[in-house]
Ligand binder design. Structure first.
Ligand code: SF4
Length: 677
C-alpha cells in the first residue's frame, strides 16, 4: 500500500437484516477516485462480534464497488417484467417522480400512494426517515413486517416485552442446558453459535428442537426432529409431564405469574398418541427432553429462532414454548431465560430517535395494510403509485403470483430504490441508485445484540447515488415544503441531532467504541422478576393457549407426494442479497431438497426434473437429497438473489395470509406436491 495514502477510520455496523449486526472499523481512503473503502476490521472488543464476520460478507468492499452497482437513475424502456432500462439524469428522475406524484394526488387522492419498505438496510434513518415524507403526503404506509414481529407481539402479551434475557446468559457459568429451538445458529447466527460452542466447552449440554438436523443437532445431547409447526404440541407434552411429575416451580408461579392455573386446564386435554403422530417424535425422545429439563431446572436457557412463529398461529407457538420456562421458574436467574429478540431493551432511547427521525405524531392516522399482503392489497385499483425501498418484494414477499400480477399493472407507477437490478426492479418504472449503508450516517438497533451502534458514513464516489433520506429530501424540496420543518437538515445534521438526543453515557460509548450495550457480561435482566406488565407479573391469558385445544389445518394428513415446505435462507445469502458476490451457489436455488427415503418412496431419483405445485403456483425444480431433513419435509431456499434466472422463487408457493396478528408472514404454513415431469 502506498505510504502516502491518508487513512480515515470510521466505525461501521453491518446493516443487513441479520442476527449479527457486526460492528467494525472501516479504513477509508477518502481521496481515492472510486475504491474509497479499503477494508473493514471486525471489532475484537465487541462481545458479540468477537472479531469476525460471517462467510456471507467477509469482503463488503467487493459489493460496494461491484461493477454491477447502479450509479445512475434508470427509466424503463420495455414493458414491465424485464430489467431493460436506460439511464436518465437525477434531475429528470426527480421531475418525473414529482409529476407522477402530483397526478396521483390530484386524480386519486394521496392515499393512492404506497410506501413499502422493510429491513434490507436496518439503519433507523435509512428505514424510517422517509416516513416524514409519506406522512406529510397522507400516503398509505405498510404495517407489520415479514420476520419476527408476530413473536415480538405474542411474547409482549405475556411479559410486557419480548426481550427478557440477554445473549451473555449463553456463557454464564451457571448454565448447564441450552435448548436451541427452531434456529440454525451455525448458518444464521454465527456469533451465537460461537458462544454456544464456548458454553459446551464449559460443560453445558445442548438440546435442539428443529425439523432440520443442524450442525449443533449433530452433536447435541438430544435432537427432537419434530415436524414443522408442531412446536406447541412438543410444548404441551413436556408441560403435561412436568405437571404429572409435580416438578413445577410453585413459588415462582405464585409470586410472579398471573392466571397460571389456566395452563393446567388447557393441558389436561392430552392425547399422547395424537401428539406423537403429529410431531413425528417418539415418547422416549419427548420423555428424555423432559428429564433433561427437570435435571437442569434453574440452569436452562432457551434460544428460540424466528422459524416457530412463521406459521398462521406462530405467535402462539412461541407462547407455548415460553410456558415451559415459566413453569420451571427459569427466568431472572443466571444462565436461564428465553432468548428471542433483543431490541425490546432499547426502547427507552431508540423510541426517542425513532420519534425524531419519523417526526410522526403519537397516534398517526394513516391508511395502511400489512406488508405480507402487498400483492392482494395492490390488486385494488385504488393504489396508483408505489415506492419500494430497503425491500426486494418480488423475492421476499409471499404469494408471488398475486404480487407480480399487481406489480405488472400499467396504471401503477413503481419507483424502486436499490443498489442493484434485481427481481423487483423488473417491475419498476423508475429505479433510483442508492448509497451503501457505510456511505451514510446511521444508527442500528440490533435484534440479537442488545443496544445500539453506528455507521459513520464514508464518502460515496457516485454522485447520483443517494441515501433514502437524501432522495426524499430532494423530493420534499421540489414539493416546496420550505416552511415545514421536515427536511431542512442534511443527513449528517439529522444524525448529529439524534446523537444529542441520547443519554450522555450512550453518546460517549458510541463515540469511543462505535456501540453501546446496556449490559455487562454478568448482568442478568429482570433479576428482580418485575416484568413491564401492568402489575409486574407474567400474564397468562387463556387466549394465548388456544392452540392446545385446536387442530390447525397444517396438521391435516399429507396427501400422496405431498410435503411440508420449509424455505430458510441460504447460508451464503441474506434473504435476497449477496447474489453479486456468491454466484457459485446459484444452482442451490434451482433445487428442491428431500430426505433420501422420501425420494425413494415417491419413486424418483436425485437430479430428476420435477414439478413442484400447490394451490398458489407450480414450477420446475431439480430434485436433490438432504439427509438433514426429516422425512415429510421439502426444502427450497428462500431469498432468491439473482434476477433473470429461469426458475420461480420459493415464495410462489407461500401464502400471503399473514400470521394471525397480521404483523408478519406465515411462510412455513404451506405444503407442496412433487411429481416427475
Ligand atoms: S451479514 Fe450478519 S454476521 Fe455477516 S457481517 Fe453482516 S451482521 Fe455480521
Amino acid at each position: 500500500m502506498n505510504k502516502n495514502i491518508e487513512i480515515t477510520k470510521r466505525f461501521g455496523t453491518c446493516s443487513k437484516d441479520c442476527y449479527g449486526s457486526c460492528v467494525f472499523v472501516g479504513e477509508w481512503n477518502d481521496q481515492a477516485h472510486e475504491k474509497k473503502l479499503i477494508k473493514t476490521i471486525p471489532l475484537e472488543t465487541h462481545p458479540l462480534t468477537n472479531g469476525f464476520f460471517c462467510p456471507k460478507f467477509n469482503y463488503r468492499e467487493e459489493l460496494l464497488y461491484h461493477p454491477n452497482r447502479l450509479k445512475s437513475p434508470l427509466i424503463r424502456t420495455d414493458s414491465k417484467g424485464t430489467n431493460l432500462f436506460k439511464q436518465i439524469s437525477l434531475e429528470s428522475a426527480l421531475n418525473l417522480t414529482i409529476e407522477k406524484l402530483n397526478y396521483a394526488i390530484t386524480q386519486f387522492g394521496s392515499s393512492s400512494i404506497v410506501a413499502a419498505y422493510y429491513a434490507g438496510n436496518c439503519g433507523l434513518i435509512s428505514k424510517l426517515s422517509p416516513i416524514r415524507f409519506f406522512d406529510e403526503l397522507g400516503a398509505t404506509i405498510r404495517t407489520g413486517g415479514i420476520c419476527n414481529e408476530a413473536g415480538n407481539y405474542a411474547l409482549s402479551q405475556m411479559f410486557g416485552t419480548y426481550s427478557t434475557t440477554n445473549p451473555f446468559q449463553i456463557i454464564n457459568p451457571n448454565n448447564r442446558l441450552i435448548v436451541i429451538w427452531g434456529s440454525n445458529l451455525s448458518d444464521r447466527n454465527n456469533h451465537a453459535y460461537f458462544l454456544v460452542k464456548q458454553a459446551i466447552k464449559g460443560g453445558s449440554r445442548v438440546v435442539v428442537v428443529n425439523p432440520i438436523k443442524t450442525n449443533l443437532a449433530k452433536n447435541a445431547t438430544l435432537h427432537l426432529q419434530s415436524l414443522p409447526g408442531t412446536d406447541y404440541l412438543v410444548a404441551k407434552y413436556v408441560i403435561n409431564k412436568i405437571l404429572e411429575a409435580e416438578k413445577l416451580d410453585r413459588d415462582f408461579l405464585t409470586q410472579y405469574v398471573d392466571n397460571f392455573g389456566e395452563i393446567f386446564d388447557k393441558v389436561r386435554n392430552f392425547n399422547k398418541e395424537q401428539i406423537l403422530l403429529h410431531t413425528g417424535l417418539t415418547e422416549g425422545e419427548l420423555d428424555n427432553f423432559t428429564e433433561l429439563l427437570l435435571e437442569h431446572k434453574h440452569k436452562t436457557l432457551f434460544i428460540v429462532g424466528f422459524g416457530p412463529q412463521k406459521y398462521f398461529y406462530g405467535g402462539k407457538n412461541l407462547n407455548t414454548i415460553a410456558l415451559i420456562q415459566i413453569l420451571l421458574g427459569n427466568f431472572g436467574k443466571p444462565g436461564t431465560g428465553f432468548l428471542f429478540s433483543q431490541s425490546g431493551f432499547n426502547h427507552t432511547y431508540s423510541d426517542l430517535l425513532i420519534q425524531y427521525i419519523t417526526q410522526q405524531k403519537k397516534e398517526p392516522q394513516r391508511n395502511s395494510f400489512p406488508l405480507a399482503t402487498l400483492g392482494s392489497s395492490l390488486n385494488s385499483n385504488k393504489y396508483k403509485m408505489l415506492f419500494i425501498y430497503n425491500l426486494n418484494p418480488a423475492s421476499s414477499l409471499p404469494n408471488q403470483t398475486i404480487l407480480r400480477k399487481a406489480l405488472l399493472r400499467r396504471d401503477l407507477f413503481v419507483v424502486v430504490l436499490d443498489m442493484f437490478l434485481n427481481e423487483t426492479t423488473k417491475y419498476a418504472d423508475l429505479v433510483i441508485p442508492v448509497k451503501f449503508d457505510l456511505e451514510c450516517d446511521d444508527f442500528i438497533t440490533p435484534y440479537f445484540t442488545p443496544g445500539i451502534s453506528i455507521n459513520q458514513g464514508g464518502p460515496c464516489p457516485y454522485s447520483d447515488c443517494l441515501s433514502s433520506y437524501e432522495f426524499f429530501r430532494l423530493l420534499a424540496n421540489r414539493c416546496k415544503w420550505i416552511d415545514k420543518n421536515l427536511f431542512q437538515e442534511t443527513q449528517r445534521e439529522l444524525y448529529e441531532k439524534c446523537i444529542d438526543l441520547l443519554p450522555k453515557e450512550i453518546q460517549q460509548k458510541l463515540k469511543l467504541n462505535g456501540y453501546y450495550i446496556p449490559f455487562g457480561l454478568n448482568d442478568i435482566p429482570y433479576q428482580n422478576l418485575n416484568f413491564p406488565t401492568f402489575n409486574g407479573k407474567i400474564q397468562i391469558h387463556s387466549s394465548l393457549l388456544d392452540l392446545f385445544d385446536s387442530n390447525p389445518d397444517l396438521l391435516s394428513p399429507r396427501g400422496q407426494n405431498e410435503f411440508y415446505l420449509l424455505s430458510p435462507a441460504h447460508k451464503y445469502f441474506i434473504h435476497s442479497q449477496m447474489g453479486e458476490i456468491h454466484h457459485e451457489f446459484e444452482d442451490d436455488f434451482k433445487k428442491v431438497f428431500l430426505n433420501p427415503s422420501d425420494i425413494d418412496y415417491i419413486n424418483l431419483k436425485v437430479n430428476d426434473e420435477v414439478l413442484v405445485s400447490n394451490e398458489f403456483s407450480n414450477g420446475k425444480y431439480i430434485l436433490d437429497q438432504n439427509t438433514a431433513l426429516k422425512s415429510g419435509i421439502a426444502l427450497i431456499y428462500s431469498g432468491f438473489p439473482f434476477a433473470n434466472a429461469p426458475i420461480k422463487n420459493v415464495n410462489f408457493f407461500t401464502s400471503d395470509k399473514p400470521e394471525e396478528s397480521e404483523l408478519s408472514g406465515a411462510y412455513f404454513s404451506t405444503k407442496i406436491t412433487i411429481s416427475k415431469i
